[in-house]
Design a protein. Sequence first.
Length: 248
Amino acid sequence: MIFYFSGTGNSRRIALRLAGLTADKAVDIVSLTDIPDPKTERRIGLVFPVYAWGLPEPVESFLKRLPVADCYTFAAVTCGADAGHALKKTGKIRPLSAAWSVAMPNNYVIGSQLEEEETVLRKLRAADEQTEEIAREILEEKRVYRVHEGALPRLKSNLIHPAFNRFARRTAPFYATDACNGCGTCARNCPAKAIALEGGRPVWTRQNCFQCLRCLNACPQTAIQYGKATEKRKRYTADMYAPAVEGI
Ligand SMILES: Cc1cc2nc3c(=O)[nH]c(=O)nc-3n(C[C@H](O)[C@H](O)[C@H](O)COP(=O)(O)O)c2cc1C
Ligand code: SF4
Ligand code: SF4
C-alpha cells in the first residue's frame, strides 16, 4: 500500500507510477475516512511533498496515527530543490527501510516566480526515469538513503520548518479577483476543507491551512492570489504538463 499526499499533483504522479510499477495500491490520505491497519501489508510506502524542509502537517498527523507494521517501509518525497532533513524527521516518527527525494517542478508560487516550461518538462521527464529506478529498488527491498538534503539541512528542518508551521500557513492573504466565475473548484478540492463559496465567491473559513497551494495553482480562471506577490507569477499543476510529458 502506498499512502500519498499531494497539493498540485507531483507527489500523486510519483505515487501512481510507483504503484503501477510495483503492483501496489496508491491511496490519497486525504480521502481516507479511517486509519487503515497495515499489519497484513507486504510493504508500506509514503509519498509526499517537502514543505519548508519538513513534512506537511496532514502527513505528519497521519503517520503518527498509522499502526506500526513490521514490513519494508519506504518514503519518497518530491521537492523543488532540496529536502533538508524531512526524511530523517519522517524516520523518527516511523523507521524507514529506504528513502528517496525526487526533484520536481516547484509549486511554491508565494515564494518566487515559478520555472519556465523547458525546466518543468526536463524535471518531469527526469523524475519519471528516477521513479523507475526507485521502483526497482523497492522490489529488491533495498535499504538506501538517496536524498538530496541541500545546504544546512539540520538548521532548515529544525528552525525554518517550525517557523513555517507557526507563521506561514495563514489563509488571510488569500483572495479571489473579479476573474472568479464561482465554479467552486477551489472549495471542492481543498484538502483542508478551508474554503467555502459564499455569494459565488470563495472565502477562506479557517485561519490556517495546509498551504498546499492547490487552490491558487489550479483555479481555472487564475483568479486566486496570495497578497500582491502572486499577481504576475505563473501557476503550476502536474496535470497542466502531463500531455506534453507523455507526448499526447
Ligand atoms: C508550502 C510549501 C513549501 C515548500 N517547501 C519546499 C522546500 O523546503 N524545499 C523544496 O525543495 N521545495 C519546496 N516546495 C516545493 C514542493 O515541495 C514541490 O514543488 C513538490 O513537488 C510539490 O508537490 P505536490 O505537487 O505533490 O504538491 C514547497 C512547496 C510548498 C507549497
Ligand atoms: S476555482 Fe477560481 S473561478 Fe472557481 S470559484 Fe474558485 S476562485 Fe472562483
Ligand atoms: S486553502 Fe488552498 S492552500 Fe490551503 S489547504 Fe486549501 S487548497 Fe491548499
